[in-house]
Design a protein around this ligand. Structure first.
Ligand code: PMP
Length: 404
């Protein structure tokens, strides 16, 4: 059981008012809020040991390096990577995906096939399209059904000996569907394809075990799990990371440089060119500590309660249609009301202090599937409450009256 009123005290932003009303923050799928424990770590870094890492002999540099590498170990442990050097710090999910897509440029050829799902965020579509343009490989799509679930029997028909890569998100940001990644990974491996799982939406709700999943690449962003923006991680199996060429050249990623030839540093530094987001990496570690102190099982159980409660309340509103009714779903509700434009609802809710997301959620193919321009999306985290949902539903009813 979570003590939500105690937990809420950790998040200073939850005390603020927006347009004169107490903030109700239901845009967690876009970015989560940051607890004081994580904010303190960033302030401590800049107040006490701000220095560049990995190359200084002085004390500050060593303290910063130690803290940064400690964070890598926390991330390794959390996701259960076999080795710390299989964890690459990135600027976020998008960076991790592009790093892998770029690396595969030299490994793919015309006739090769790669598979994505119909439920992807643009950041898990566009880099693969660019990869296809560079290599002549072709892109296939696992289709979805009306409930927002992937049609796995169709996935079977797409897989063959030409399939080299499969990309799928663990949870859809637009609909909240939890994809059966265990099965998807197993089937990809049966035809010898590598698989990347986009964990941007699952990392705040589910603690994945990358070894047990046997996934080749897993990417996520710290800001989705109570960490700062601008930092994330790529997990890759050692063999794959050794096979892929570096993404960017620069300092930190080299072993030796002459004008004739440069040799690259070992993992993970081969993929970490330049000065990284040092405080961000350290705070990512602190965010993982924070989430684990609450407990992922507790988080999942409570968020499910919020999801069920809000779904029941919203279903009672006439003309309201929820998109994404998968059996396995996390705390995201995407909906529209009659022909009212989502943007208008979002703007009125904001006037009442309520933050929801409106639009296509960087998932235009999903909107095209439902033949809509966008939805209103409310997404909950463990610091949200049923009382907030009541206020939101009442405000929504008011907005509908004003717009009808
Ligand atoms: N994939 C999914 C499923 C997402 O929800 C997001 C963020 N909305 C991303 C990728 C991209 O993450 P970032 O912007 O942190 O790189």
């Amino acid at each position: 059981m979570l003590n939500v009123s105690e937990i809420r005290k950790d998040f200073p932003i939850l005390n603020r008012k927006v347009n004169g009303k107490p903030l109700i923050y239901f845009d967690n799928a876009a970015t989560s809020q940051t607890p004081q424990q994580v904010i303190d770590v960033i302030v401590d870094y800049y107040s006490n040991y701000n220095a560049n890492i990995h190359r200084g002999v002085h004390s500050l540099s060593q303290e910063a390096t130690d803290a940064y590498e400690q964070a890598r170990l926390k991330i390794q442990k959390h996701f259960n990577a076999k080795h710390p050097y299989e964890v690459i710090f990135t600027s976020g999910t998008t960076h991790g995906i592009n790093l892998v897509a770029n690396g595969f440029s030299s490994l793919l050829k015309k006739g090769d096939e790669i598979i994505v799902s119909a439920l992807e965020h643009h950041s898990n579509i566009v880099p693969w399209q660019m990869l296809c343009e560079r290599t002549g490989a072709s892109l296939k799509v696992i289709p979805m059904n009306e409930s927002g679930e992937l049609i796995l029997s169709k996935y079977d028909t797409l897989l063959n000996e030409n399939t080299k890569l499969v990309f799928v998100n663990h949870i859809s940001n637009a609909l909240g569907t939890i994809n059966p990644i265990e099965t998807i990974i197993e089937k990809a491996h049966k035809v010898g394809a590598a698989i990347l799982v986009d964990g941007a939406q699952s990392c705040p709700h589910i603690k994945p075990d990358v070894q047990k999943l046997d996934v080749d690449f897993y990417v996520c962003s710290a800001h989705k799990l109570c960490g700062p923006t601008g930092v994330g991680m790529l997990y890759g199996k050692e063999d794959w990371l050794k096979k892929l060429p570096p993404y960017q050249g620069g300092g930190e990623m080299i072993a030796e440089v002459t004008f004739e030839k440069t040799t690259y540093a070992d993992l993970p530094h081969k993929f970490e060119a330049g000065t990284p987001n040092i405080s961000g990496g350290i705070a990512f570690g602190a965010a993982i500590d924070y989430m684990n102190s609450i407990g992922f099982d507790n988080i999942a159980a409570y968020e499910h309660e919020l999801l069920d409660y809000a779904t029941q309340q919203l279903q009672q509103i006439e003309g309201l249609k929820i998109y994404g009714t998968a059996k396995e779903k996390t705390s995201v509700i995407s909906f529209n009301v009659g022909t009212i434009h989502p943007y208008d609802v979002g703007t009125i809710l904001d006037k009442m202090g309520i933050a929801v997301r409106t639009g296509h959620h960087c998932a235009q193919p999903i909107m095209d599937f439902y033949k809509i321009p966008g939805t209103i999306r409310a997404s909950f985290m463990f610091y949200n409450t049923k009382e907030e949902i009541d206020t939101f539903v009442a405000a929504l009813k008011k907005a509908i009256m004003m717009l009808s």
